[in-house]
Design a protein around this ligand. Structure first.
Ligand code: ATP
Ligand code: MG
Length: 391
């Protein structure tokens, strides 16, 4: 017996003009994530029907809950088109709901096979009556039921109860691929997940200051990239050795400029790598006003070292909300591990808050850091992190 999943599509259902392309992108993405197993995936009436071997159910359910573009999914039972078959399955599904505490229910019926003798109202009424009779603890509540029994009568009939939510949003890759500046903090993994949900595939870039930062700091960021890989279906993870750049800033720049200049160098390096990899944008975890380097003035300064789109999905997000998202994503517990990713040696006590654009650019450019940044980009190490299903 196969396991059948009904997948509801999110926002992609709304895009009249390019619906077909988005549907194809999501289909491709689900297939890619499940490439290790045999799947049959069909699109009908703006929904997907996915058939797999039931031994793969945990993997499939893990993947569907993390695939942007999926609005929700439900495991469905397939039935022959007659009322007694519907009743047998419907009663079994509702018995299970009642055992889990449901007191009220309703039936939602849809009939696209107009040849079926009962209309959707008739199906709902008859099926509801059988459930009431067979599961005496349940009552009908059409407004706020604890459980909903869905039935769809098409070329076959499908019965299922309330499904699980998906991430919604757009299929990964439908917006091209960007470069996420991924640090060991709380913000940047959440920023990455937000952009994945908007359809942007991602590669990640981490700036390492080894030996001033530890091997554990690198492991931590790689683990964060692995969490993202579980949501994106795999991730290319780059590490740029930035120690020489940081040392040059420490020697050459006033200490209240060091963070700002380091961020500018990161932008410059990210720009070089993104262009080399043919990516379309840069993504950071910056949030307006969170720290000194994240004022609008300082963002203007740092982003003047790239001409790419710089996406900052957390710009207007409160830290507490970011923390909640990080917990839901599964990155939070990794992010709060103690390993520093920018050595405190390099952090000034009183960083400049509002860079004066022209003066600052002249001072920064006089340091002639571009060759060092280029060398760091030339020395980038790249690993492909596969999608991994946590045991
Ligand atoms: P996060 O929690 O993401 O580390 P943060 O609040 O600590 O953010 P900053 O350390 O100022 O903020 O960094 C701002 C952004 O710059 C980060 O969100 C990230 O996108 C990028 N960034 C900072 N440090 C690094 C690094 N070592 N490697 C890659 N990107 C970095
Ligand atoms: Mg940080």
């Amino acid at each position: 017996m196969d396991a059948l999943y009904l997948i509801k599509l999110g926002e992609i259902g709304l895009k009249e003009g390019n619906r077909a392309a988005f549907q194809a992108a999501l289909k491709h993405d689900i297939k890619r994530r499940l490439s290790g197993i045999k799947t049959v995936l069909e699109v009908r009436d703006g929904r997907y029907y996915l058939v797999v071997d039931p031994t793969h159910a945990p993997l499939v359910e893990y993947v569907l809950s993390r695939t942007p573009g999926v609005n929700g999914w439900a495991r469905a039972e397939r039935a022959d088109k007659d009322m007694s078959a519907f009743a047998a399955i419907g009663v079994a599904l509702m018995k299970a709901k009642a055992q889990n505490g449901a007191k009220t229910f309703k039936v939602e019926a849809r009939r696209s096979d107009k040849g079926f003798p009962l209309d959707s109202y008739g199906i709902a009424r008859e099926l509801g009556a059988v459930v009431l009779e067979s599961v005496p603890s349940l009552r009908v509540d059409v407004h706020r039921p604890d459980a909903v029994l869905h039935i769809e009568v098409r070329e076959k009939a499908y019965l299922y109860t309330d499904g699980e939510p998906g991430p919604r949003g757009l299929p990964v890759g439908s917006g091209g691929t960007g470069l996420l500046l991924l640090s060991g903090g709380i913000d940047s993994p959440v920023a990455g997940w937000r952009m994945l949900k908007r359809g942007l595939a991602l590669e990640a870039l981490y700036f390492n200051a080894y030996p001033y930062t530890s091997r554990e700091a690198w492991d931590k960021v790689r683990d964060l990239a692995t969490v993202l890989a579980r949501h994106s279906g795999g991730m290319v993870f780059h590490t740029a050795p930035f120690t020489d750049v940081q040392l040059a800033i420490k020697t050459g720049a006033p200490s209240d400029r060091s963070t700002l200049y380091l961020r500018a160098c990161m932008m410059m390096a990210a720009d070089m790598l993104a262009k080399r990899r043919s990516l379309n944008s840069l993504v950071t975890g910056e949030s307006l006003g969170q720290v000194a380097s994240q004022t609008a003035e300082n963002m203007r300064f740092t982003e003047s070292y790239t001409d790419m789109a710089v996406l900052r999905p957390l710009a207007g997000t409160d830290k507490e909300d970011t923390v909640l998202e990080a917990k839901a994503l599964g990155s939070f517990d990794i992010s709060i591990l103690p390993y520093e990713d920018c050595c405190v040696l390099f952090s000034p006590k009183h960083p400049v808050l509002k860079a004066r654009f022209d003066e600052e650019k002249a001072a920064f450019d006089a340091l002639n850091l571009r060759p060092l940044v280029q060398a760091a980009v030339d020395a980038v190490e790249t690993v492909a992190l596969p999608f991994s299903f946590p045991a």
